[in-house]
Design a protein around this ligand. Structure first.
Ligand code: ADP
Length: 261
């Protein structure tokens, strides 16, 4: 219970960090945009243009600092992949989510029997699953069932053509499914871009899916979002299955082949 509390606090801290980054970045963009507008209005005043250009350059410098903070916290070197039992992980997530998502949400598990272990950073994966489940909760307006499922996925032949972002091989696919509001096609194309959000100010950071995708790709896997307006959304993450020769605990993810972009 203590470990779960620590995990929940860590997630809260991550959420606050992400919120802070979004806020800081927004301020930088406003300074750059406002500066550009002032320059446009000052075409006949070269010394004023130069002064404002200096301000814009400083704002861009602050933007770089924000980006460095973001990169530092999602650094590839921070990922510590270890072989994980999918059922154990999802069962403990089910319990964590029951506490964090609120009383109106039921979390249902659907885990295929005989799954291979998967190779991933446990803490980061848990954070990602909490983010996905929180999105599902929001899509359900806090009332309904979220399904967490896991199945083995062998990427070869036809499957490899359908999932070009994955190298051929054995994976575990985990999905978070909701029968919530769904996502219109023109929005779906952008959902995993950093800072993209449709939520009201102060509610969404637009980093949840971007971080989830970054995590999946850096782990040698992939992320996909499928959705139908009015019917619901399924977010799937493929992570490499731990093979015999990979079953060394705390193997660095940098050693794991990552698919070409
Ligand atoms: P945030 O949740 O902070 O907005 P995300 O990157 O997690 O950031 O999500 C980006 C956007 O994708 C959301 O604002 C929402 O429009 C859409 N989205 C994500 N997950 C779902 C879902 N399960 N159902 C409906 N829309 C979703």
């Amino acid at each position: 219970a203590q470990a779960r509390l620590a995990q929940a606090q860590r997630m809260e801290a991550l959420g606050q960090l992400a919120g802070g980054i979004a806020h800081d970045f927004n301020n930088v963009l406003q300074a750059v945009g406002g500066g550009a507008k002032l320059i446009e209005d000052s075409a006949d005043n070269p010394s004023r243009v130069l002064r404002i250009a200096g301000m814009v350059r400083e704002a861009a410098g602050r933007g770089s600092a924000v980006t460095r903070r973001l990169l530092a916290f999602s650094r590839r070197a921070d990922l510590r992949a270890e072989p994980l039992d999918v059922r154990d992980l999802l069962e403990s997530m089910q319990e964590v989510l029951a506490h964090t998502l609120g009383g109106g949400i039921r979390v249902k598990l659907e885990v295929e029997a005989g799954l291979p272990q998967m190779l991933a950073d446990k803490g980061q994966l848990e954070t990602v699953l909490v983010n996905l489940a929180t999105n599902a909760r929001d899509a359900l307006s806090g009332q309904g069932t979220i399904e967490l499922s896991a199945a083995a996925a062998l990427i070869a032949g036809e499957g490899a053509r359908r999932r070009p972002q994955l190298q051929p091989g054995a994976y575990v696919r985990m999905s978070v499914r909701d029968a919530g509001v769904g996502i219109p096609p023109e929005v779906l194309a952008h959902v995993s871009e950093p800072f993209f959000t449709t939520k009201p100010r102060g509610k969404g950071t637009g980093l949840g899916l971007a971080m989830a995708r970054g995590f999946a790709e850096q782990s040698g896997g992939a992320l996909a979002v499928e959705s139908e307006l009015g019917r619901g959304t399924t977010v799937s993450i493929w992570l490499p299955a731990a093979e015999e020769d990979l079953r060394k605990p705390h193997r660095s993810i940098a050693d794991v082949p990552v698919p070409a972009q």
